[in-house]
Design a protein around this ligand. Structure first.
Ligand SMILES: O[C@H]1[C@H](O)[C@@H](O)[C@H](O)[C@@H](O)[C@H]1O
Length: 648
């Protein structure tokens, strides 16, 4: 069968799976399903089956489809799509920078402004808390105003927050600045992936959205370098650290004044001419009719099917396909945080110290190496996402992450088991009682946040060890005794261990840390964001992403705030075993419920959630794929995707 043979009649390559899925659904609906529709479905199936046999005689359907798809993908993607994606991903960079920079800034701030533990905690978690709230609110704003104004709003908030922080004279202003920055992070974290997914062509969508997470980890790495560089500037160094983020924010703001709104949002809001113009610019030499029609059809069908009344979240929860997508999206974000990424990153300096790095500034720089590893392996994710697909990448990544967490936990367990004894009894010179002096093993001393171990080394054995209170202003020294002055460490060959115990098994924890980043960064880091940007239909996309980003931030706060308490009750190895348990549960959830979305058009993806929720990755459209030619309206020959709406 050839196109030429039928003169003016155009044929397009279609997948039969949708029709089969449709038939199965109707059968499941039982007698209530429309009999006319069933008959039409039946007729289509017979026609399609006939077409199939004719195709089989020429070439295998799979090969044909692949060839057509290759052809479609080879059409050049205009550089404009990349420019738009990179400018949006600056939002990701700022998300990474502002969450990462604060740890280094706090080291200087607590000395200069005399900050206690409560204020330090407030300055860190207020940003994450504000991000959770504004990510949720961002859903409403995205729906009402569009994606572009939300990105502009986020860059204004980032700039205002950076200015407030750089100029702050007291801790209250600092808190205000951190809240404003957090509001920006929340809006950016939910808008940017949606915007990129909506402007990207299907075969590049995963890669371009994953670039946003690459920018997040890039921002975290850059922040650690800035922290290292300005840590030598004891006075006002923190102002530069916190204020620098204004630069990318201003660049993003001016860039976006000239960049367009998402064509999908415009079509949804009736601005069709403008949408067509923007879509043409984004697709270069490709015809946009088919994409435009399929967006428009799906909006009309969704309105018919779901209705337009009531709040979007209620409609999402009552309509089975979006309810399932929401469970998968929020579940992915929850398990990302429950796998403990931020605790592992935050704790990396200590893990490195455990493994024998004694110098503090070296530990700060090695923490930058950790952030760089996270960045580098996110790059691997950008490369892999369109090759192996989202599902396999996430499953592989989480399996490795679970194993790495077990290795990390074993490292801490072995270290605790061979924990050195406390051999010297010290007494507080001021005569006050301290719990630290009661511990007889390093393990107890290490788990108490007020104490640290002061010791000497004989070859690699710990000798002359004492457990003493830590200095309030800096955990680098003891409050009194031999280890109370860093300058004496070298001359008297003394060592100070805060938060860890020196043991011969510390390398196991280091191995666990490296394995963790290598496995987490390409899959579990970026995929929750990427998958969420594509699994909701247009009417539910902003709300779906708002909810899942909110879940990400809420679990981020929960895990970071509870880590120290969890470590106190369960010890460090217990805490990491707990994260390994969560990661294992996540693995079962993802194996059961995450379908593959690679290469599909955004308008097709909804159908993946129309069947049961947990099908272990097998969707209706994957079962029994046959290729058929169907007569369609119009004259553009294009690889078409399961849209039966224009079948004559
Ligand atoms: O995807 C990102 C990334 O993995 C970051 O490194 C992490 O700090 C964020 O919490 C996460 O959402």
């Amino acid at each position: 069968m050839s196109r030429k043979a039928s003169d003016n009649v155009e044929y397009t390559l279609r997948s039969l799976s949708n029709l089969m899925g449709e038939k199965r659904r109707r059968q499941q609906d039982g007698p209530a399903g429309s009999s006319a529709a069933a008959a039409a479905g039946e007729r289509s199936l017979i026609a399609a089956a006939e077409s199939c046999s004719s195709i089989n005689s020429q070439a295998s359907g799979g090969e044909l489809e692949r060839a057509a798809r290759r052809q479609f993908q080879q059409d050049e993607t205009p550089g404009f799509v990349y420019v738009v994606s990179v400018f949006s991903a600056l939002g990701g960079f700022l998300f990474g920078y502002d969450t990462g920079v604060v740890s280094g800034a706090l080291l200087l701030l607590k000395r200069e402004l005399n900050l206690g533990a409560l204020w330090q905690e407030l300055l860190v978690s207020s940003t994450v808390g504000a991000a959770a709230l504004s990510a949720l609110a961002g859903g409403v704003l995205n729906g009402l105003w569009g994606r572009r104004p939300c990105i502009l709003l986020a860059s204004c908030l980032f700039t205002a927050g950076a200015a407030l922080l750089a100029a702050a004279r007291d801790k209250e202003t600092l808190l205000g600045g951190r809240i404003v920055v957090g509001l920006g992070i929340g809006v950016a974290s939910m808008t940017v992936p949606v915007y990129i997914a909506e402007v990207a062509p299907p075969h590049l969508r995963g890669r371009l959205v994953t670039i946003n997470t690459l920018f997040i980890t890039g921002g975290q790495f850059f922040a650690s370098v800035v922290d290292g560089a300005f840590s030598y500037l004891a006075k006002d160094g923190w102002r530069y650290m916190l204020g620098l983020s204004a630069v990318p924010a201003i660049i993003q703001f001016f860039g976006f004044l000239f960049l367009p709104e998402s064509p999908r949002w415009l079509i949804q809001n009736g601005q069709t001419q403008k949408a067509r113009r923007i879509l043409s610019r984004m697709r270069g030499n490709q015809t946009i009719d088919e994409e435009y029609d399929s967006i428009k059809n799906s909006i009309e069908e969704e309105e018919k099917e779901v209705g337009a009344a009531g709040p979007v979240i209620c409609r999402m929860l009552t309509y089975p396909a979006t309810r399932r997508a929401l469970i998968v999206g929020c579940g992915l974000q929850m398990f990302q945080q429950l796998s403990g990424i931020n605790t592992v990153m935050y704790y990396s300096a200590t893990i490195l110290q455990m493994s024998g790095v004694q110098d503090d500034s070296l530990a700060i720089w090695l923490a930058a190496v950790t952030a760089f590893t996270n960045f580098l392996f996110t790059l691997v994710g950008v490369w892999l996402v369109e090759k192996v697909g989202r599902r396999k990448l996430t499953l592989g990544s989480l399996t490795g992450t679970t194993i790495a967490l077990i290795v990390l936990a074993l490292g801490f367990l072995l270290s605790a088991q061979v924990s050195p004894r406390v051999t010297l009894n010290s007494t507080d010179p001021s005569g006050q009682n301290s719990t630290c002096t009661n511990y007889s093993y390093c393990n107890g001393c290490m788990l108490d946040p007020d104490c640290g171990l002061c010791y000497k080394l004989n070859k690699s054995n710990v000798v002359q060890s004492s457990c003493v209170p830590v200095k309030k202003e800096s955990t680098m020294e003891a409050a009194w005794g031999r280890c109370s002055n860093e300058t004496r460490f070298k001359t008297e060959e003394l060592f100070w261990a805060y938060n860890f115990c020196p043991t011969p098994y510390s390398w196991t924890a280091l191995l666990g840390l490296i394995l963790y980043l290598v496995f987490f960064a390409p899959g579990m880091g970026p995929m929750p964001w990427t998958v969420n940007s594509e699994i909701y239909p247009l009417w539910a996309r902003s709300t779906g992403n708002a909810c899942s980003s909110g879940v990400n931030w809420i679990f981020n706060v929960l895990v970071s705030l509870t880590f120290l308490h969890t470590a106190e009750y369960l010890t460090y190895y217990g805490a990491f075993f707990l994260y390994a348990g969560f990661a294992g549960l996540g693995l079962i959830f993802i194996y059961g419920c995450l379908p593959e979305t690679k290469g599909k058009k955004l308008e097709e993806i909804e159908s993946l959630f129309e069947s049961r929720l947990c099908t272990c990755g097998v969707s209706d459209s994957d079962e029994g794929r046959y290729i058929e030619y169907i007569r369609v309206k119009g004259s553009n020959y294009h690889l078409s995707d399961n849209d039966a709406s224009d079948v004559e």
